[in-house]
Design a protein around this ligand. Structure first.
Ligand code: PLP
Length: 461
């Protein structure tokens, strides 16, 4: 690419060249300036949008990819199946709590998984004779993917331009976000807050004729929209109970927070009893650890049985579903994660990362109002005033300012805007690979803390 050349690949800023990913090694990623050819190696603190599990260029996974290239052939999933997808599905079912899931639909991305989850949910209701159900309920301030169904389910700035041709808001209803840092009222206990949130879900159902609602979908731990916010105790259990009271499916989106990211195979295992999982769940990202484009929908026995006892037929089968090569590679990733206890490592190092960021920044930094997260999924919420929680003006793009400084000091992060209300507010998210060592975690902590204080100085906070 020459100095005057514009990139041909469209992504975010259309005409501006971006750093090119050219190499990687474990938790490190090497970027190259496409014009000057200057290279920088950074700790991959966010692994893109929380994709990394086994780290970059893992020799075992490269070997598995070579083997997969030699042994897999393409098949159209509507007509022919393959062994690698069956093996991956079996791994996912067997490594979930007993009887949580009975079938798996394997897709190419998180958005595809959410779209397919909605369709499976609608088909479930039809198969059991509830054909009048057509509405979905999700939450404010969530991201469920970029396709039209996903944007209709979501509530974030990425949907604004398309609002008029997204699903009718009376069909795609929204309940309150779980955001205690801002929404817990003065004097309110977490228990009271949880009750208020669950009541909001039930009130939304009642106000919109619960017999017409297919399912409720929420991220177990909220990801990019307002920054790695875990549910308050009892919330998911409460919502599950209310869903089932009205015959509504309880669905979780763990594309970003699941498959080890939060320190357990499924994030919900930390918030729900083992035998009270979701009816349908989406996963993605760390499933393939960035080596292949793969995601999935996990289906509970209840939903699978309704399908098999009913029409036993799904009109779906997108061209690249259950892709044999992708499935083989994802299975190699997951087997390595399991053999090397990498989820336990992520939990330990990740919770250390969170605890250290809290200790070093909360009450000491003038611009970090909250540090929240779980396992290997953490965010800093940036504010102008830590006492009043007043956010920075949106045009200051403070998330970007802090993100740039972190990058200058040697790590990647995921800086995000719109934290408070989809318009104002800033947070910076971290989600390293599960292989990170204590020493590397300490390095990441040093870089983040140093960067925050440097930005404070730059802006005269
Ligand atoms: C919770 C959640 N759902 C769905 C998606 C969409 O996944 P993808 O970008 O793979 O389509 C994302 C992506 O960030 C996500 O965080």
């Amino acid at each position: 690419m020459t100095k005057s050349a514009q990139p041909l690949v469209i992504q975010s800023n259309v005409s501006a060249p971006k750093p090119m990913a050219v190499d990687g090694d474990g938790i490190y990623i090497t970027l190259e300036d496409p014009i000057t050819k200057e290279r920088t190696t950074l700790i991959d603190g966010s692994t893109g949008a929380a994709v990394g599990a086994v780290g970059h260029k893992d020799p075992e996974i490269i070997e598995a990819m070579k083997h997969a290239a030699e042994t897999s052939v393409y098949n159209y999933p509507g007509a022919i199946s393959n062994y690698p997808s069956e093996e991956l599905a079996e791994f996912l079912v067997q490594n979930s709590p007993k009887d949580a899931f009975a079938a798996v639909l394997i897709t190419g991305s998180g958005s595809e998984s959410v779209e397919n989850a909605l369709k499976l949910a609608k088909q479930y209701q039809d198969e059991i004779g509830q054909t009048q159900r057509y509405k979905f309920v999700s939450r404010k301030k969530t991201y469920h993917g970029y396709t039209m169904g996903c944007l209709s389910m979501g509530h974030n700035p990425r949907r604004t331009r398309f609002d008029k041709f997204l699903g009718d808001p009376k069909t795609f209803l929204k309940t309150e976000a779980v955001y205690p840092y801002r929404d817990l009222k003065e004097g309110e206990t977490l228990e009271q807050y949880k009750d208020r949130l669950v009541k909001d879900v039930e009130d939304t159902f009642i106000a919109n004729d619960p017999s017409t609602i297919v399912g409720w979908l929420g991220e177990t731990v909220v990801g990019s929209t307002f920054g790695t916010c875990p549910p308050v105790p009892g919330y998911l259990e409460g919502v599950r109970e209310v869903c089932h009271k009205y015959g509504i499916l309880f669905m979780l989106d763990e594309v970003m927070s699941g498959i080890g990211r939060c320190g357990t195979f499924h994030a919900w295992e930390q918030y729900l009893p083992e035998n009270q999982g979701p009816d349908i769940q989406t996963i993605g990202k760390t499933l393939g650890s960035g080596y292949v484009t793969i995601a999935a929908v996990l289906v509970s026995p209840k939903v699978k049985n309704a399908l098999t006892d009913g029409s036993n037929y799904i009109i779906g089968a997108q061209t690249y579903h259950q892709h044999a090569f992708n499935c083989q590679v994802a299975l190699a990733v997951q087997k390595k994660v399991k053999r090397d206890n990498l989820i336990a490592n992520m939990k330990e190092q990740g919770n250390y990362l969170g605890a250290q960021l809290k200790e070093k920044l909360l009450g000491k930094s003038k611009i970090v109002g909250d540090v929240r997260g779980s396992g290997g999924f953490w965010s800093l919420e940036l504010v102008k005033d830590t006492k009043t929680k007043e956010p920075f003006a949106a045009d200051l793009k403070m998330h970007g300012v802090v993100g740039k400084q972190i990058s200058k000091n040697g790590a990647t992060s995921m800086p995000c805007p719109g934290t408070v209300d989809n318009k104002i507010g800033d947070h910076v998210l971290f989600a390293p690979s599960f292989i990170i060592t204590r020493e590397q975690t300490d390095k990441l902590i040093d870089i983040v803390v140093k960067s925050v204080f440097e930005v404070e100085e730059q802006i005269g906070a």
